[in-house]
Design a binder for this molecule. Structure first.
Ligand SMILES: [Mg+2]
Length: 387
């Protein structure tokens, strides 16, 4: 038995160049500081499992992990289901986003213990995963997606690189016409060469604005329509009504937290495709449970954002289409959601996508990635040790 006897949480920070106020904004010569953390779980028999979240590495997730970690000391590291249940119930007043990094570190540990990739432990059958390009948001300031034509140029570029699908994050200015202008320009440029999706990211002010953009999705043959308006995609009733007005499948639930709450949202008719975030919805354990629940209803899932855990889960899911490579923009610009901490050739940049439009599933033990611990140490800003 592998008993958890130490958990280390290292916070680190680094600077990214050519970003503005955040990793969502391009600014030539600008710099932004990004803070993230990595969790390492050790056991009494010398096993170690690690996970460094990217999109989910928020300060409130970190705060939950600091509370959760001490409660795992002395537990059997392989009883992931029991640990998931313990954390889910003990933190039932909260959104429970802290579960994910701990769960993923436990999966990494198990894979390393048995010399198998997490994909293999999950019954994975796919080695390569088709990618969709998920764009940066548009911006008013110069650079990045500052014009409709930049979107069309980039979509054409992605088509040339072998991508099969492309998702727009538009100007988010609350104007359905500006959304539709981007959608139309891209469809005219790439024809049927790419499956197209759009994600206004809750920026449209009203229900009827959401209907207007949804009908444009219908007319332009969009593959899915995601999180349109300002309810933050939290109302299953609103989206059930919205689905009555449009034909394009809706991808909702990115903003719905909680294991049972997500299931309720689907059963209440809130979406056509189920959005699950492995870094926010209970890690690999939570993601696989929710994805299997959807599969039993003939429903597809999409995993939100990119990362090693996403690839392992996706490799074992029959009911999913694309891996979200995001957020990306033209040129060799860094996908700012991803921390530059890998010592292996793992990456979620445009250049990591093969000519087949796919990325590989890591096949080494555990998560199959190696972190550059010297770099993390150099960038370390805080360290908590629980034993
Ligand atoms: Mg989204």
């Amino acid at each position: 038995m592998s008993i958890i006897n130490r958990i280390i949480v290292q916070s680190y920070a680094y600077e990214l160049e050519d970003f503005g106020a955040s990793v969502m904004v391009f600014e030539k010569g600008g710099k932004t500081t990004v803070s993230k953390f990595v969790v390492s779980i050790e056991t009494n028999d010398g096993q170690v499992g690690c996970y460094a979240p990217h999109y989910g590495a928020t300060t409130h997730a970190l705060a939950q992990i600091k509370e959760m970690a001490p409660t795992l000391i002395g537990r059997d590291a392989e009883q992931r289901e029991a640990i998931f249940e313990h954390l889910k119930i003990a933190w039932r007043h909260f959104d429970k986003v802290g579960i994910a990094a701990l769960d993923c570190a436990l999966w990494d540990l198990a894979g390393k213990k048995y010399g198998a990739s997490v994909s293999r432990l999950l019954g994975g059958y796919r080695k390569r995963l088709p990618v969709y390009a998920s764009t940066f948001p548009g911006q008013k300031s110069p650079g990045g997606f500052d014009h409709v034509n930049i979107y069309a140029d980039f979509a054409e570029d992605c088509l040339g690189k072998g991508f099969q699908a492309f998702k727009i994050h538009g100007f988010m200015d609350g104007n359905p016409k500006s959304e539709i202008a981007i959608m139309t320009a891209i469809r005219e440029r790439v024809g049927d060469g790419l499956k197209l999706m759009t994600d206004p990211a809750s920026s449209l002010p009203s229900f009827l604005d959401a209907v207007e953009v949804g009908r444009a999705c219908d007319d332009l043959g969009f593959f899915w329509y995601e999180d349109p308006f300002r309810d933050g995609s939290s109302s299953a009733v609103a989206h059930k009504r919205l689905r009555d007005f449009i034909r394009t499948p809706m991808l909702i639930a990115e903003h719905v937290r909680g294991f049972e709450q997500k299931a309720d949202f689907v059963l209440a008719g809130g979406t056509d495709i189920f959005h699950i975030d492995p870094e926010l919805d209970g890690g690999i354990t939570g993601t696989m449970k929710l994805a299997h629940f959807a599969d039993a209803m003939g429903m597809e899932v999409q995993l939100h954002t990119a990362g090693p855990i996403h690839r392992h889960c996706m490799s074992a899911l029959l009911n999913t289409h694309f891996y979200e490579l995001g957020l990306v923009r033209p040129g060799d610009a860094w996908n700012g959601l991803q921390p530059p901490i890998f010592a292996c050739d793992y990456g979620d940049q445009i250049d990591n996508v093969g000519a087949d439009g796919c990325v590989p599933v890591p096949d080494g033990p555990g998560l199959g990635v190696t972190y550059d611990w010297d770099k993390i140490k150099k960038w370390e800003t805080a360290r908590e040790v629980y034993s």
